[in-house]
Design a binder for this molecule. Structure first.
Ligand code: UDP
Length: 415
C-alpha cells in the first residue's frame, strides 16, 4: 500500500469572511452535486516545496465540502529521486541525455508504486512527473478505475525534447492534464481535456495567518537577525532555478546604497530534492562569511511559523527565479503586504504586477537596484504591499483553486 499523508481538518466556513462570496457559493453548489466522490491525490513528497503546501490545505477542504479525499505519496529509491530531479531540470530547460539506466530507474520505481496502489477512486490527481507513469502500469493490467488527471506544476516552455518525448506517451494516457499557465501546454500533447489552474495559498495556514509583533521579534532574536535594520528575504529551496547566488549578488548591489541591509535566505530541504544540500553549501561558500547573510533552513528549526515571521519582518521580498512554475512564496509575501521583486519568468508575472505589487526584473543589477529603491522608499513599499494583498485575495487564495478543481472533476465525471 502507498503511504497516506495525515492531514488535519478544515472548514470552508473559515474562509467566508476572506474570499468573495461567489467562490464559496460555487464550491458549496458543486460539493452538493459531487457528494461522496472519491478523490485521491498522488505526489512524491509530503514535505518541502509547493505541492505539499497546496495539498495540506486542499485535501481537508475537499473533505469538508463532501468529497472522500485522500493524499498518498509514492516511495522511491535515492537514485529515483536523483533521476526525477534531472528530469525536472530538463523539463525546465537543462540539457540532459537520458540514459537507459535513468529510464529504467524511473520506470522500475513507477512500476513498484503501481503494484502498491490499492483502492478505488472516481478521480485520481497525480502531481508532477515523478509518479506520472503509474497510470500506464495500472491500465496495462486492467486496474485503472475512475478518471485520471495529471497536474503539472512545472513551467514546460523550454522543456528539452528528449525527456518530454519520453514522458509524453505516459501523460497521454490521462483523461485530463492541468497546467498553471496556457504557455506551459506543449503543442504536441494529445490529452482528453486540458485545464488551466493557477495555484493558491492558504491565508489560514500557520505560514500565512496573522501573528503578533512579539512573536516576530522572538523568532528574529532566535536567529540573531536585527529587526531595526532593513531585511531583504528570499524563501526558496536551494536550487539553481531559484538563483541563490544571484540573490546574494543583488543584495550586495542593494547594500552599496543601503549599508545596513541584511539578507535572509530561507530554505527547506525537500526529501525529493537531493540537489538541495549541494546547493546549500555552494551558496554558503558564496556568502563568504558575511555576517549579514543568514542562511536558514528546517535543519535549524525553521518551520511554518518562522517562515511567516521572516516574511512579515521583511522590508522587501525577492523571488529571483530564472524559471518558476508559479512561486507560492510570491503570493505568501504579497498576502503579508510585502512588495516583491520577482524574476520576470513563469508564474511570477501573474502575481507581481510591475510597478504595482512590486517589480519584475530580468537581471541581478535591476534586482539589486529595485531592492535599494524600495528600502529607501518605505511609503512606496507600503502601497505596493497593500495592493499586493488585495491582488492575492482576489486571485490566489485556496478556495478559488478548490472551485477550479471541483469544476474539472465534475466535467470529467459527467463525460
Ligand atoms: N518553504 C518553506 N520553508 C522554507 C522554504 C520554502 O516552508 O524554508 C515553502 C514556501 O513557503 C512555499 C513552498 O515551500 O510555500 C515553496 O513553493 P514554491 O511554489 O515557491 O516553490 P517550489 O519549491 O514548489 O519550486
Amino acid at each position: 500500500m502507498l503511504t497516506s499523508v495525515p492531514v488535519g481538518t478544515n472548514s470552508l466556513k473559515n474562509y467566508e469572511d476572506i474570499v468573495d462570496e461567489e467562490i464559496i457559493e460555487k464550491i458549496r453548489r458543486l460539493g452538493g452535486e459531487m457528494k461522496g466522490l472519491r478523490v485521491l491525490n498522488l505526489s512524491s513528497t509530503a514535505f518541502g516545496g509547493g505541492v505539499a503546501e497546496l495539498l495540506y490545505t486542499l485535501v481537508p477542504l475537499m473533505r469538508d465540502v463532501g468529497l472522500i479525499a485522500d493524499w498518498q505519496i509514492i516511495q522511491g529509491s535515492e537514485d529515483f529521486f536523483t533521476v526525477t530531479k534531472l528530469f525536472h531540470n530538463a523539463l525546465q530547460g537543462t540539457e540532459l541525455i537520458a540514459t537507459p539506466e535513468m529510464i529504467d530507474t524511473y520506470l522500475t520505481n513507477n512500476r513498484n508504486n503501481a503494484n502498491m496502489f490499492s483502492g478505488e477512486y472516481d478521480i485520481v490527481m497525480v502531481h508532477d512527473p515523478q509518479p506520472a507513469a503509474i497510470l500506464s502500469f495500472l491500465e496495462d493490467k486492467g486496474k485503472k478505475t475512475g478518471k485520471w488527471i495529471w497536474r503539472c506544476h512545472i513551467d514546460l516552455t523550454a522543456a528539452r525534447p528528449g525527456v518530454w518525448e519520453f514522458l509524453r506517451p505516459y501523460i497521454e494516457r490521462y483523461d485530463a492534464a492541468v497546467f498553471t499557465m496556457p504557455q506551459y501546454v506543449k503543442e504536441d500533447l494529445c490529452v482528453g481535456k486540458i485545464a488551466i489552474v493557477a495555484p493558491t495559498i492558504d491565508p489560514l495556514s500557520p505560514k500565512n495567518i496573522p501573528i503578533e509583533y512579539d512573536t516576530i521579534l522572538n523568532v528574529l532574536n532566535r536567529y540573531n537577525i536585527d529587526i531595526k535594520r532593513p531585511i531583504i528575504t528570499q524563501v526558496s529551496r536551494f536550487d539553481p532555478w531559484k538563483d541563490p547566488l544571484g540573490v546574494i549578488d543583488a543584495y550586495r548591489i542593494a547594500k552599496e546604497e543601503v549599508p545596513g541591509a541584511q539578507l535572509l535566505m530561507v530554505a527547506s530541504m525537500a526529501t525529493d530534492d537531493p540537489e538541495g544540500f549541494h546547493y546549500y553549501e555552494k551558496t554558503s561558500r558564496y556568502a563568504n562569511g558575511d555576517p549579514d547573510i543568514h542562511l536558514l533552513s528546517n535543519l535549524e528549526g525553521v518551520g511554518n511559523l518562522e517562515v511567516n515571521a521572516f516574511q512579515r519582518a521583511s522590508n522587501v521580498v525577492i523571488q529571483k527565479s530564472l524559471r518558476e512554475g508559479f512561486g507560492l512564496v510570491v503570493s505568501e509575501a504579497l498576502w503579508k503586504e510585502r512588495p516583491v521583486i520577482g524574476g520576470d519568468v513563469g508564474g511570477i508575472p501573474l502575481q507581481v504586477i510591475n510597478g504595482k505589487t512590486g517589480f519584475l526584473v530580468s537581471d541581478t543589477e535591476q534586482c539589486g537596484k529595485k531592492a535599494a529603491l524600495l528600502l529607501k522608499n518605505p511609503e512606496m513599499a507600503r502601497e505596493m504591499g497593500i495592493y499586493g494583498k488585495e491582488h492575492v485575495r482576489k486571485n490566489f487564495l485556496s478556495p478559488r483553486q478548490l472551485a477550479d478543481y471541483m469544476q474539472l472533476f465534475i466535467d470529467l465525471y459527467q463525460t
